[in-house]
Design a protein around this ligand. Structure first.
Ligand code: ZN
Length: 148
């Protein structure tokens, strides 16, 4: 499991100033910093100030602030760094290879042919419409239980 205390969390240390970072933006809910890895210049991280392990645990006001910051910094990265596009990604949990167990979104410039972030190592299945419809109903029901 990716549980980690705030005391040992690198992103909490960045938020509190105990760890160094290059800050792009700071507000009462969110900080945006340069990622230390820059495959293409302009790779940033958007991080809630509160220690939230991943997207499954975030409260909606914080989530809204995070997504607002993601959209704004995506526009800024696009304006200031050459690219053919952007990837925006988030990983939640060990199965998704989340490296730092504190919610964060990456905004990363992309170039045609850079071969980053290939999603499917093999071709995925395409379930029948009936299966997709059943899964949609299952999730629609679950949405009533997960809170607003
Ligand atoms: Zn943290």
């Amino acid at each position: 499991m990716s549980e980690q205390s705030e005391e040992a969390c690198l992103f909490c240390h960045i938020v509190s100033g105990k760890a160094a970072a290059s800050f792009v933006d700071i507000n009462n809910l969110v900080v945006t910093v340069m990622d230390v890895r820059q495959f293409h210049p302009g790779h940033v991280l958007v991080i809630p100030r509160r220690h939230v392990p991943d997207i499954r645990a975030v409260d909606i006001p914080t989530a809204e602030a995070v997504m607002r910051a993601v959209v704004r910094v995506a526009r800024a990265v696009d304006a200031e760094f050459p690219s053919d596009g952007l990837s925006v990604w988030n990983s939640a949990g060990r199965g998704a290879n989340q490296e730092i167990p504190h919610l964060h979104f990456h905004v990363h410039p992309r170039m045609v042919g850079d071969d980053l972030l290939r999603i499917y190592p093999i071709a995925p299945p395409y379930p029948d419409r009936g299966v997709l419809d059943a899964w949609a109903r299952q999730l629609k029901s679950a949405l009533t239980r997960v809170g607003a």
